[in-house]
Design a protein around this ligand. Structure first.
Ligand code: HEM
Length: 220
């Protein structure tokens, strides 16, 4: 075999075995003895959802601790977040799907490196922010569907209820029923920073469905 071809064959097997960049289904199968990593994460998420589905990132810490107890130093937090999200979506009625794993955690975690759009960002600025991350408008609309569950603190939109753009009145573009509902939830000058559901549907605020998008559409 010519030397060039031999090099290619060797390179193929080298990269096939050590291709760290490629995610795959079942990446952890067999890497933790007889323990099933996805099952462990699933169990933690389910017990959290049964106790208090509104709780936050602590569930990731619990899942990480449960996985580390049987399989130390193997499973990344990045993968645990992806698996736990999949299970929370499924628990909330959003259907089931498989996820690829094999991510590595970063070695640096600094708040100063985080670049999140602010709550008051306009649609056009949001499109630009997503584009800067290589995501197009369709990606953005799909991802905004993540707001089908969860809450927003009154402090993040209080100005639109009472003093939009320093006018002393509400945002004129806001639906009047929504305005009334949100004002009840977020009284002016309240000392408590209440929350309001991101999905305003009475029966769907904790369900992963399309109602967030439907509400957006009907308000256009
Ligand atoms: C331009 C992009 C985005 C903006 C400006 C934005 C803005 C916000 C704001 C203001 C809140 C309320 C936070 C609070 O008051 O505690 C929120 C909550 C939330 N967002 Fe977004 N968001 C964006 C993108 C996304 C994406 C891409 C997802 C997921 C795919 C997402 C999922 C969520 C979830 C699940 C919550 C609820 C959190 C909770 O209940 O504690 N958001 N978002």
């Amino acid at each position: 075999m010519p030397r060039f071809s031999l090099t290619l064959v060797l390179a193929f097997f080298f990269f096939k075995s050590y291709c760290f960049g490629a995610l795959q289904y079942g990446f952890y199968d067999g890497k933790c003895g007889s323990s099933d990593v996805e099952d462990i994460v699933h169990g933690v998420v389910n017990s959290w959802c049964n106790i208090d589905p509104t709780r936050g990132f602590d569930v990731i810490d619990d899942a990480k601790a449960a996985v580390e107890a049987v399989c130390p130093g193997v499973v990344s937090c990045a993968d645990i977040i992806v698996m736990a999200t999949r299970d929370a979506v499924s628990f909330s009625g959003g259907g089931t799907y498989n996820v690829q794993t094999g991510r590595r955690d970063g070695l640096v975690s600094l708040a100063s490196n985080v670049d999140l759009p602010p709550p008051f960002i306009s649609v056009s600025d949001s499109i630009a922010a997503f584009a800067a991350k290589g995501l197009n408008v369709t990606d953005m609309v799909y991802l905004f569907g993540g707001h089908t569950v969860g809450v927003a603190h009154c402090s993040n939109f209080q100005d639109r209820l009472y003093n939009f753009n320093q006018t002393g009145g509400p945002d004129p573009a806001m639906d009047s029923l929504l305005l009334t509902t949100l004002r009840l939830r977020c009284p002016q000058n309240s000392s408590v920073n209440n929350t309001a559901n991101l999905d305003q549907g009475l029966l769907s605020s904790t369900v992963v469905d399309t109602s967030f998008h439907q509400q957006r559409h009907s308000s256009d």
